[in-house]
Design a protein around this ligand. Structure first.
Ligand code: SAM
Length: 275
C-alpha cells in the first residue's frame, strides 16, 4: 500500500509556534524532505526528534521529486518542510504535491505558520478579498509587467520581499500605484523585533531611504479604488491605447490597461487598436 505526503508548516520566527500535530507527524513520518537539511536539523534537535532527512529544494526538485514519490509509492510516509512557514507557498513543494496527486498518493496539509496570512491579518487593510503576488521578479521587464497587471486591482495585494530589494520595490510600486496608496510593511513577524508600519508608499520610500531596511518583510498594499466604468466606444479605447503607447507602454500592456479601465474585452480593444 502507498504511503502519503504530509505538508508540515514550521515557525516563521518563534519556535513556540510549532504545533503538537506537527511534532507528531515529524516524529512518525518515515522520512523528512527538507528545503535545507541544516535548518531542519536545528528544529528537530529543538523537538528532540531524530529522523532520516533528504533535501528537496529549487535546484534538485525535478530529479529528487521522482525519488521521493518512489519511496512513497513503496509505502513510506514523507513529511515535507521548508526553511520556515508553509511548504509550497513561495517555497518548494508545489511540484511534489502535483506529482503525488497525479500518482494518486494522498496529500495532507497541516495548517500552521504562514507569513502571508499572518501579515494580512494584522495589516489593518481590508481582508475580505485579497490576492497573493509572491516575490516580484528581479528582471526589470517582467517586474514592470507584473505591476502593470495590478494597476486596477481592487483587492488587497500581498507581496514577499527581501530586505536588500525592498527600497527599489517600494519605488517601483509607488510609480505604478501612486505614492498615496496605503501600505502595511510587516517586518520580523513573530520575532523579538516584530513591527508593522502602516503608511503610504511615498512615506515608506522616504523612511527606508533614511533607515536601510533590516529583517524579513511582507508588504500588504491596499487595492485601487473601484473605477467608475463609463460607456466607452471601441474608437475611444483605441485612442487610449495609442496615447498609452506614446507614454512608453508596449502595445500589449496598453491594451491590457485599457481593457481594465474600460471593462471592454481585451481582444476587442486589441482589434480596434490595430484598425
Ligand atoms: N513559505 C513561507 C510562508 O508561507 O511563510 C514563505 C517563504 S518565502 C521563501 C520567504 C519570505 O516570506 C520572506 O522573504 C518574507 O517576505 C516572508 N517572511 C517569512 N518569514 C517572515 C517573518 N517572520 N516576517 C516577515 N516576513 C516573513
Amino acid at each position: 500500500m502507498a504511503g502519503m505526503l504530509y505538508l508540515v508548516p514550521t515557525p516563521i520566527g518563534n519556535l513556540g509556534d510549532i504545533s503538537q500535530r506537527c511534532r507528531e507527524v515529524l516524529s512518525q513520518a518515515d522520512f523528512i524532505a527538507a528545503e535545507d537539511t541544516r535548518v531542519t536539523i536545528k528544529l528537530l534537535n529543538y523537538l528532540g526528534i531524530k529522523k532520516s532527512l533528504v533535501s528537496y529544494y529549487e535546484h534538485n526538485k525535478a530529479q529528487r521529486g521522482g525519488k521521493i514519490l518512489e519511496r512513497i509509492l513503496a509505502g513510506e510516509t514523507c513529511a515535507l518542510v521548508s526553511d520556515a512557514g508553509s511548504p509550497a507557498i513561495s517555497d518548494p513543494g508545489e511540484d511534489l504535491v502535483r506529482q503525488c496527486a497525479d500518482a494518486g498518493v494522498l496529500v495532507s496539509a497541516i495548517p500552521g505558520p504562514c507569513a502571508v496570512i499572518t501579515a494580512l491579518s494584522i495589516s489593518g487593510l481590508p481582508t475580505g478579498r485579497f490576492t497573493f503576488e509572491g516575490f516580484l521578479s528581479t528582471a526589470k521587464k517582467s517586474r514592470q509587467s507584473h505591476l502593470q497587471d495590478l494597476i486596477s486591482e481592487t483587492r488587497t495585494m500581498i507581496f514577499y520581499e527581501a530586505p536588500h530589494k525592498l527600497l527599489s520595490t517600494l519605488k517601483d510600486m509607488a510609480e505604478a500605484f501612486g505614492g498615496a496608496r496605503r501600505i502595511s510593511l510587516c517586518r520580523e513577524l513573530t520575532k523579538l523585533h516584530e513591527e508593522v508600519v502602516r503608511t503610504t508608499l511615498e512615506e515608506a520610500v522616504e523612511r527606508y531611504t533614511e533607515n536601510p531596511p533590516k529583517g524579513e518583510f511582507v508588504l500588504v498594499i491596499a487595492g485601487a479604488a473601484p473605477a467608475e466604468k463609463t460607456e466607452v466606444t471601441l474608437e475611444e479605447a483605441a485612442q487610449r491605447v495609442q496615447s498609452l503607447m506614446e507614454e512608453g507602454l508596449s502595445r500589449k500592456d496598453a491594451v491590457r490597461q485599457t481593457a481594465q479601465e474600460t471593462g471592454l474585452p481585451k481582444n476587442a480593444v486589441y482589434d480596434a487598436a490595430l484598425d
